[in-house]
Design a protein around this ligand. Structure first.
Ligand code: MG
Ligand code: FE
Length: 165
């Protein structure tokens, strides 16, 4: 039982690490193209900082499990993230597509951290609880902000459309 929980926890930590690398790539690509939406840009940039913290928290959790962090296979996912950002950048309504995608992504992250938190006790790594909870709260704050900003960003997009016409 202890070993199954620990194995599941370690795999979960590695997957979460890959997820955060993907998040970082997505937000880096997006923030380069958000000059027309300064409020969104500030929020994405701030969450990018949080994401770097989340990555090092996950690395510390892996180390607490006696796992090496040098063999993390994050590359495939980050290629995917870049392709996704690129696909959206070809669209006129890039800001809207990115808002929807970010909303989905933050909620995916929330579920991943909740799952890790459910496992850390049984995995015998109780010291992982506090850092994982910190990351969960950051994801919940970001998800709540995106959710409350959908209508505003849509109307801002409309204003930019009118100015361009
Ligand atoms: Mg994150
Ligand atoms: Fe996030």
């Amino acid at each position: 039982m202890a070993n199954a929980a620990r194995d599941t926890f370690v795999v979960g930590l590695r997957n979460a690490h890959a997820m955060e690398v993907q998040a970082r790539e997505l937000m880096e690509r997006q923030s380069e193209r958000l000059d027309e939406y300064p409020e969104v840009k500030a929020k994405v940039t701030a969450h990018l900082q949080e994401t770097n913290e989340q990555l090092s928290r996950l690395e510390k959790c892996l180390e607490a499990c006696g796992e090496s962090t040098s063999t993390l296979k994050d590359t495939a996912q980050s290629v995917m993230a870049n392709m996704m950002a690129l696909a959206h950048s070809a669209a006129g309504d890039e800001i809207l597509k990115n808002t929807f995608a970010n909303n989905a992504f933050e909620n995916f992250e929330i579920a991943a951290y909740k799952s890790l938190l459910a496992l850390c006790g049984a995995a015998g790594v109780p010291e992982a609880k506090a850092p994982l909870e910190m990351s969960l709260k950051e994801e919940q704050r970001m998800a709540a902000w995106i959710d409350s900003n959908v209508e505003k960003v849509t109307m801002e997009y409309l204003t930019h459309q009118r100015q361009a016409a």
